[in-house]
Design a protein around this ligand. Structure first.
Ligand code: SF4
Length: 511
């Protein structure tokens, strides 16, 4: 699909206002309404996780562990680049971190510094060519970069760079940053990086490496998380680490130091850690969906624990849309923490009534005879003795196309549940994301095209309710320091001026 980028069109989404009221209960219909949505997996996907380390004798192995902890942020490809002060090595592969980086492979990555990347692609194709880190020989020397997020004005910048003679090796937007650095007239590399980052718009949490330095930066709105930690290395010196999420620090036994600030560029060299604010005066717009779904509950991002946010979402959801029930059942794994909060608030027992198979591969052979809802049955199985004869409240974190939710509701009812009420720990998803999350086009988002009553009928639930936007914003707010959040996938109000108009056209306009 060709992405056409236009300057922002405010108010394109006109049906979302009714959805923002977003609380509704109706009796279940006897039959579903057919919708022409095709979905193999009805979850949004994060694009990437990044990590970096400075001054550790086993840098590659430490990055391997970091990427292992960040695997939930991308399972398509992974890469590690290392530097020893003279040379820069880089190995990338398709698949999971543990599949690519065996002992033998890690042996080929010497050095005291490293950056790493795990990826699920949304921009550029999924070939190994676009796996990261990307290593580019530039006028400023050899640079390796790993990037989480999506740039949104890349078309114009890329065309300008090509006119100026840039030759792109990949279709990944991360290379645009490197080419901007290479073409910068700034005198020093750190100035060139700052100058380049100020020219691109969109979401980027990046780590970069030269032969002897590590750089880490977040975009001025701070869409994606990036944290800094430190630890003692085996030689007794201090090691500095960066990671998309703090859960990686736990595996390294590193201490969390702080988040990289929106618009901040940090440099680590033999002179220590230095920092500069390359952009300021832009309102923060950190991705609220990181707290709802993407980030691990044991991570601390945007200044607060994800577990705490999800627990509060569950409490708030119960206050807003409680319903008489016998058991609260999470859709595992991401619905678990919100379900615990809901159960506590409602005073109704929490039960693991759905068991997830964690060993399902990315491909499988279907049985010869077609089995209804086979894909979901492979992943989830009901615990019949917990569900039979019960009024069940199911807690999940999102409904994207609605197809998977319907299969889960059917599964719970098939296990003997008397009633199935679905509660979602965020508002209806009505708009696609342009900032590093793989969202279907608006035509495919069920909440962008159906009322909550219609969705409830489609998924065959006894009732359906979403958390309100106010309730969500309250759940993720910090006591100490207010955080500005992007809520565009629930509101259609994009924090950047550039969006892809084709992706946000309502279904009615294109059918
Ligand atoms: S549009 Fe949604 S998923 Fe994308 S950055 Fe904003 S809140 Fe996050």
């Amino acid at each position: 699909m060709t992405h056409r980028l236009y300057q922002g069109i405010p108010g394109v989404i006109d049906r979302s206002a009714s959805l923002r009221a977003n609380r509704f209960c109706v009796p279940a219909p006897s039959a579903s309404q057919p919708l022409k949505f095709a979905a193999a997996d009805d979850k949004l996907r994060e694009e990437c996780g990044v990590a970096a380390i400075y001054n550790h004798p086993g840098a590659a192995r430490q990055i391997y562990l970091s990427l292992y902890a960040l695997q939930h942020r991308g399972q398509e490809s992974a890469g590690i680049a290392t530097a020893d002060g003279q040379h820069l090595a880089n190995i990338k592969g398709m698949g999971l971190v543990s599949e690519i980086f065996t002992d033998d492979v890690l042996e080929k990555l010497p050095g005291q510094m490293a950056i790493g990347h795990t990826r699920y692609s949304t921009t550029g194709d999924s070939a190994l060519l676009n796996a990261q880190p990307i290593r580019v020989e530039s006028t400023k020397g050899l640079i390796a970069i790993a990037h989480n997020g999506n740039l949104v004005n890349l078309g114009g910048v890329r065309a300008r760079l090509e006119r100026e003679g840039a030759y792109f090796q990949t279709t990944s937007d991360s290379e645009i940053i490197v080419q901007l650095i290479a073409h910068s007239t700034a005198g020093t590399l750190v100035d060139a990086i700052a100058d380049s980052l100020a020219q691109v718009e969109g979401a980027f949490s990046i780590v970069m490496m030269t032969r002897d330095r590590i750089y880490a930066a977040r975009d001025p709105r701070g869409f994606r998380p990036l944290s800094m930690g430190r630890m003692k290395n085996p030689d007794g010196g201090e090691t500095i680490v960066f990671s998309s999420e703090s859960c990686a620090f736990d595996l390294l036994r590193a201490e969390f130091v702080r988040d990289i600030e929106p618009g901040e560029l940090v440099m680590v060299s033999e002179d220590g850690v230095t920092s500069r604010q390359y952009a300021s005066g832009v309102a923060q717009a950190s991705c609220i969906f990181e707290h709802v779904y993407f980030a691990r509950p044991d991570s601390r991002i945007f200044g607060r624990w994800v577990q705490e946010s999800r627990d509060r979402m569950g409490h708030q959801l119960a206050r807003e849309s409680g319903v008489p029930a016998d058991v609260i059942v999470p859709v595992p794994d991401s619905g678990v923490t919100a379900a615990l909060g809901y159960a506590e608030e409602a005073g109704i027992p929490f039960r693991l009534g759905l068991i997830r198979n964690h060993y399902v591969g990315r491909t499988f052979i279907e049985p010869e005879q077609r089995v209804r809802d086979f894909g979901v049955k492979l992943k989830l199985n009901p615990v019949r003795n917990l569900l039979s004869g019960q009024r069940v409240v199911l807690i999940d974190d999102s409904i994207i196309r609605g197809t998977t939710s319907r299969k889960i509701v059917r599964m719970v009812r098939g296990a003997g549940a008397k009633e199935v009420h679905l509660r979602i720990s965020c508002p209806p998803t009505v708009s696609p994301c342009f900032y590093g999350v793989d969202t279907p086009r608006r035509q495919e988002l069920i909440a962008a095209n159906q009322s909550i009553e219609e969705i409830c009928r489609f998924i065959e639930a006894d009732s359906l309710a979403y958390l309100s936007l106010d309730g969500l914003l309250q759940s993720v707010q910090n006591q100490e320091k207010a955080v500005g959040y992007c809520t565009a996938c629930y509101t259609g109000n994009y924090p950047t001026q550039w969006v892809d108009v084709e992706e946000i056209l309502p279904a009615e306009a294109t059918v």
